[in-house]
Design a protein around this ligand. Structure first.
Ligand SMILES: Nc1nc2c(c(=O)[nH]1)N[C@H]1C(S)=C(S)[C@@H](COP(=O)(O)OP(=O)(O)OC[C@H]3O[C@@H](n4cnc5c(=O)[nH]c(N)nc54)[C@H](O)[C@@H]3O)O[C@H]1N2
Ligand SMILES: Nc1nc2c(c(=O)[nH]1)N[C@H]1C(S)=C(S)[C@@H](COP(=O)(O)OP(=O)(O)OC[C@H]3O[C@@H](n4cnc5c(=O)[nH]c(N)nc54)[C@H](O)[C@@H]3O)O[C@H]1N2
Ligand code: SF4
Ligand SMILES: [Mo]
Length: 720
């Protein structure tokens, strides 16, 4: 094997990658005394970008080094079962028998709803679809949700309400250079989707005005013509002030509002009492900057607004996004070249993963589990009685609350590391500890897998086949490029083998992964996310296909809403719902605002990127970014250990002094677990509309500590 064609396992751009095998030059063993032959395996492979429409052949540092984790010798290659407190090697037969007999006895004793299923946005469309079906038909539980709840739920629910359909980007990437004004709200593209940055540079070269809204001077803010360095959690009121100015100055598109929207009149009461000076004060920025932003976006002929987690991971994230989309609708900047709204999707399959049924209230094709017609249709595809499909469950963090109350007593996790990525980890840890059984399917012994009773080893992106839908809504086929190591199995095969043991095998009878995709096509047919016209053959021939694609002859829909929106009357809906303030607020005890996010070289909870030597070396441990004035006020030196405490918990990180952040704000990356985990302190408050946690705002205090106090948490023992 001299070459592999694959696709990056990390972010939503889904860059295509070629891995070339190069004979390694013999390394003098004295140079690398601690590196074994197996460790060196990945050094023989070099990644380069394969030309593709999204990244145009570019890959970033994570993509260049992604194979290092897949080839790492820490990969789990056989199942593990906990015996006498220790995880030890087991056979598949024993592991799957144990899980299925536990599922059966748990369902008998406590009812099927005592079992929870927790999925992820890195799973392929086929696995995400099958996980939803497995929960509802295999286990008959209503409790399934996934990590995308923490990622896409605010924007996805906003898009559905306003446009009648949620596809992250309503336009194409090629529209970016055609935009005269671009607003980047709470999105750090330069570090999180780096291969997209050239589209924005091209827009700039074409004369576009770029406005960045972020409490930090990020690498993305560096390309901005105007940077609104706002106080975290104030995007919604900023959006209201911008709309107020746009309407006041007559920069609205009357005919678009008249012909294509509903609800414009409701804005009057929403904007009543909005005052630019007051909003400027609340956002902690000069009023002049708000006027400048309104005038640029309001008067531009074309423009795009992008949001990501900075705006969305708030307890008012759903409304904040809808208020920003109000600007798009009021100025008629959607449905034509150079215009649109884009929620920058996060995970590799963050888009597809939210369409096909691993959400608590959802059936495939974006159908609703509460709608009788949708239930009827999916029941016909699954060949079950509609009454057999359970009702809706609860969101990801709420499942943890149920586990903490022992209402959920068994949890099956596939493709997530919830004990690091949920808010309010003290509760989550206690919830997972109380479970009768925790099963984790992963490539590595993640922090969550370490707590499990049974761990199932899965294939990685290099070794399994499936489709993923990127941030543009383009469905892509990623084919297996390498043999599965050890006894690892594809996620979907695990689900099928468990279903057989649960006597539900006839509903899960697939020879190949393509059979699952063909069923998904049918299940999504006629739904908003319609994949019916997409086949593996087409995906091999074409460079991905945009959904909706209702027939095999259909070309897919790159630019959405040119003529009509997806609501029944074809119109988009303005949002006139009154704003509720973001909580928690700062107090004398917790005077600073803690926010969090990402750095270039790590991915999410770091399970994968820490196992890639080149990436791990770039950031070895976590840190807090703090302004020099704040550091002085709290007697902190650069590089010193600090304790950050909220009403919920505390964690320990080193201090990194930087004048790139607001003095009232701290920023901590989310990529580390244990005592360095920012989520030890984040607030469990949820957005009432979409159940997104308010990750991005927590009131905290900070103080110096001596390194001796910082001890690693005791981990359950593991021997393999
Ligand atoms: N390198 C890297 N890339 C990734 C990932 C990764 O882990 N690492 N993860 C992927 C995933 S799953 C996701 S969801 C995306 C996330 O992509 P982004 O949402 O772009 O990433 P974040 O760093 O979480 O947040 C973006 C910015 O929001 C700012 N911010 C914080 N609070 C506020 C606020 O109140 N208002 C505003 N306007 N801004 C605020 C932060 O300072 C940060 O710069 O990235 C994807 N790409
Ligand atoms: N404070 C704070 N918390 C956050 C965020 C934040 O900005 N701030 N962001 C939130 C966001 S946007 C997200 S997306 C979540 C992510 O949260 P998590 O889902 O916990 O993050 P990952 O690190 O991607 O965990 C995925 C796990 O699945 C494994 N895995 C990867 N691919 C596969 C696969 O194909 N099959 C199986 N079975 N396993 C696989 C990986 O090895 C890893 O252990 O975190 C959320 N938490
Ligand atoms: S992390 Fe994202 S931008 Fe970087 S190579 Fe992977 S898919 Fe492309
Ligand atoms: Mo995400």
């Amino acid at each position: 094997m001299k070459m592999m064609q694959t696709q990056c396992p990390f972010c939503s751009v889904q860059c295509k990658i070629t891995l070339n095998y190069k004979e390694a030059e013999a390394l003098p063993s004295t140079l690398l005394p601690s590196v074994s032959q197996t460790d060196c395996r990945y050094t023989n492979w070099q990644a380069e970008g394969t030309p593709n429409a999204a990244s145009q052949g570019r890959i970033c540092v994570k993509g260049i080094n992604a194979h290092q984790h897949a080839m790492n010798r820490e990969r789990l290659v056989f199942p593990l079962i906990r015996r006498n407190g220790t995880l030890v090697k087991a056979t598949w037969t024993e592991a799957l028998d144990r899980i299925s007999s536990h599922f059966q006895s748990a369902a008998r004793q406590y009812g099927p709803d005592s079992i929870g299923v927790y999925g992820g946005g890195s799973l392929t469309n086929e696995t995400a679809y099958l996980l939803g079906k497995f929960a509802r038909i295999g286990l008959k539980t209503r409790y399934i949700d996934y990590n995308g709840r923490f990622c896409m739920s605010a924007a996805a629910s906003a898009g559905s309400k306003v446009f009648g359909l949620d596809r992250g980007m309503t336009c194409r990437l090629e529209d970016i250079p055609l935009a005269n004004c671009i607003i980047l709200a709470g999105t750090n593209i330069a570090e999180c989707q780096p291969t997209l940055l050239p589209y924005f540079n091209e827009a700039r070269a074409n004369g576009a005005q770029i406005i960045v809204i972020d409490p930090r001077k990020t690498a993305t803010a560096a390309i901005a013509d105007l940077h609104l360095q706002i106080r975290p959690g104030t995007d919604a009121i900023l959006a209201l002030a911008l709309l107020h100015l746009i309407i006041e100055n007559g920069w609205v598109d009357e005919s678009f509002i008249h012909n294509r929207t509903n609800g414009y009149d409701d804005l009057t009461s929403l904007l009543n009492g909005i005052d630019t000076e007051q909003v400027a004060e609340q956002c902690g920025i000069p009023a002049e900057q708000i006027r400048q932003a309104a005038s640029w976006y309001g008067q531009a002929q074309t423009g795009i607004i992008f949001t990501a987690r900075g705006v969305e991971q708030q307890t008012d994230g759903h409304l904040a996004v809808r208020y920003l989309i109000n600007l798009v609708l009021a100025t008629g900047k959607i449905g034509r070249p150079g215009c649109g709204y884009g929620a920058i999707t996060g995970q590799g399959n963050g888009q597809g993963g939210r369409e096909h049924g691993q959400k608590a209230d959802q059936l495939p094709g974006y159908r609703s589990i509460e709608n009788p017609e949708d239930r009827q249709y999916i029941a016909s595809v699954w060949q079950v009685d509609p009454d057999e499909i359970p009702s809706k469950g609860v969101s990801a963090y709420e499942m943890m609350e149920l586990a903490d109350r022992q209402e959920i007593r068994t949890l099956f996790v596939m493709g997530s590391n919830p004990v690091v990525s949920n808010p309010n980890i003290p509760l989550v840890r206690s919830a997972l500890e109380q479970l009768d059984m925790l099963v984790v399917a992963d490539m590595f012994l993640s922090e969550t897998a370490r707590m499990a009773d049974i761990v199932l080893p899965v294939t990685s992106y290099l070794e399994n086949t499936g489709t993923l839908t990127n941030l543009e809504g383009r469905v892509l086929l990623r084919e297996a490029a390498a043999p599965a190591p050890g006894e690892t199995k594809d996620d979907w095969r695990i689900l099928c083998e468990l279903a057989v043991r649960l006597d539900r095998g006839h509903y899960f009878d697939y020879r190949e992964v393509e059979d699952i995709f063909d069923e998904l096509r049918l299940a999504s047919r006629g739904g908003t996310a319609d994949y019916y016209g997409i086949t593996y053959d087409r995906l091999r021939r074409e460079e991905g296909v945009y959904w909706p694609c209702p027939t095999p002859e259909h070309h897919g829909m790159p630019l959405m809403f040119a003529e009509r929106f997806a609501h029944e009357d074809g119109r988009a809906l303005f949002t006139g719902i009154a704003h509720h303030a973001v909580r928690p607020q700062r107090s004398p005890e917790y005077p600073l605002c803690l926010t969090n996010g990402r750095v270039l070289s790590h991915y999410l909870t770091g399970v994968q990127t820490r196992r890639s030597a080149a990436l791990a070396a770039r950031e070895l441990e976590n840190y807090v970014e703090i302004h020099p004035l704040t550091a002085r006020q709290h007697h902190l030196q650069d590089g010193e250990w600090t304790e950050i405490q909220s009403a919920h918990g505390r964690f320990f990180v080193r201090c990194r002094i930087s004048d790139q952040i607001r003095p009232d704000t701290l920023f901590v990356p989310m990529h580390w677990g244990g005592t360095q985990n920012v989520n030890e302190a984040t607030s469990p408050e949820l957005d009432p509309y979409c159940k997104m946690p308010g990750f991005k705002v927590t009131a905290v205090s900070i103080r110096p500590v001596h390194a001796g106090i910082v001890q690693m948490q005791a981990q359950p023992s593991v021997s393999i």
